[in-house]
Design a protein around this ligand. Structure first.
Ligand code: NVA
Length: 377
């Protein structure tokens, strides 16, 4: 069946089963949002975006869209159905009764906003004010899926108020250097408070019956607890990774590749008690190869570790950014067919190949890959 004519069924339990239907973001109208309590601490000190806001240069939007469209075509040529979100006018100001933002962000990274767990698509709470309304870009698709698939569950996590009480006052003044940040994040002292449940969808790494959620700047324990109570039949594990000064989204840190194999960022450490859980269930955690670049492209929020932000198409095939030679070689040695995808022009708009997608359908059911569980994890 050609990718585009595939019938709608929502089903995806992990990050590796054969992918048949996916959403790929678009770069149209993407903004650098004005400063807000979340971004003050979450944007790296030396970022070229500090103090800047407004529309991104149009020629960069066009270049990003060329790579996003090409990525969509590569997937379609492999028989995968690809749908695209509907951008809003992200330059407009938005407000709730609690706050006003002079612009929104964009809709290049669907992974940040929507997570599919089995037959459910769940809209995340989100944790930035500028991204509070981003779910609206996906509503036309989700409404369509909901009509077409009678078994689909459509859920939205409670929208957070994101008042100043959701962010620690004075956090920024405590993080003058990178070492300060590393100390705080290793101690799980993050910018977000526990005032209300918060999570971005990109903090999820799905392993069937087990889901890992990164506890960091964009998911708090209240959010992880909400997810546990929302999925009572699944086992939700909070992980944090000392060594990351900006723990935002798990998919440059800990990437499941296939049953028994996870790729881990070599400078963002898996705690020994967490490693034990994987190893006692016969999972191997391998260190990712070095990134090819010393710096991310201009006006990019993410680190060079987008090198490991790969999209697994099935347990033997993986899409990797085309300039990341060490990563490609590593994955080939691990037995994968590697599909190179040029994507660096799209990075500034919200990340890499994993960020720019969200699963709608992967073959396969909910499997238990971790029969040995550890109390309290
Ligand atoms: N915060 C991560 C990006 C995750 C897609 C990083 O910059 O490494």
């Amino acid at each position: 069946m050609a990718g585009e004519t595939r019938k709608t069924i929502v089903n995806s339990w992990n990050e590796w089963d054969p992918l048949k239907h996916v959403i790929v973001g678009v770069a149209d109208g993407c903004m650098i949002p004005p400063s807000e309590p979340a971004s003050e601490c979450k944007i790296p000190i030396d970022s070229d975006m500090k103090g800047k806001w407004g529309p991104r240069p149009q020629e960069t939007v066009e270049k990003a869209n060329i790579q996003l469209d090409n990525f969509a075509k590569i997937l379609e040529d492999r028989g995968i159905r690809v749908d695209r979100p509907t951008p809003l006018d992200f330059s407009q100001a938005v407000s709730t009764p609690d706050w006003e933002m002079l612009s929104m962000f964009g809709c290049m990274p669907p992974r940040d906003v929507i997570v599919t767990v089995g037959n459910e698509m769940l809209e995340a709470t989100m944790s930035y004010r500028s991204r509070w309304f981003e779910y609206l870009c996906y509503r036309p698709l989700i409404e369509q899926y909901y009509k077409e698939d009678p078994n689909m569950r459509w859920e939205a996590a409670p929208k957070p108020r994101l008042t100043d009480a959701s962010y620690k006052p004075g956090y920024l003044s405590r993080v003058m250097t990178n070492e300060d940040r590393l100390k705080l994040t290793a101690a799980k002292d993050f910018v977000t408070t526990e005032k209300e449940p918060l999570f971005d969808a990109a903090e999820f790494a799905r392993f069937g019956k087990d889901i890992v959620i990164q506890h960091g700047f964009t998911a708090n324990l209240a959010g992880i607890n909400w997810v546990s109570r929302h999925f009572p039949d699944l086992r939700i594990h909070a992980m944090n990774f000392p060594g990351d000064p900006y723990p935002i989204h798990i998919d440059c840190t800990f990437i499941p590749l296939r049953p028994g194999l996870v790729l881990n960022n070599p400078i963002r450490h898996v705690l020994p008690e967490h490693r034990k859980f994987f190893e006692m269930n016969d999972w191997e955690i391998v260190e990712a190869a070095p990134a090819a670049h010393e710096n991310p492209p201009p006006l990019c929020y993410s680190s060079v570790w987008l090198s490991m932000n790969v999209l697994v198409l099935d347990p033997k095939t993986v899409c990797v950014e085309a300039s990341e030679h060490a990563t490609m070689e590593q994955l080939e040695k691990l037995g994968f067919e590697v599909v190179p995808v040029p994507f660096r022009d799209a990075y500034p708009f919200g990340g890499g190949l994993h960020c720019a997608t969200t699963d709608v359908y992967r073959e396969g059911d909910c499997e238990d890959y971790f029969p040995k569980q550890v109390e309290g994890f």
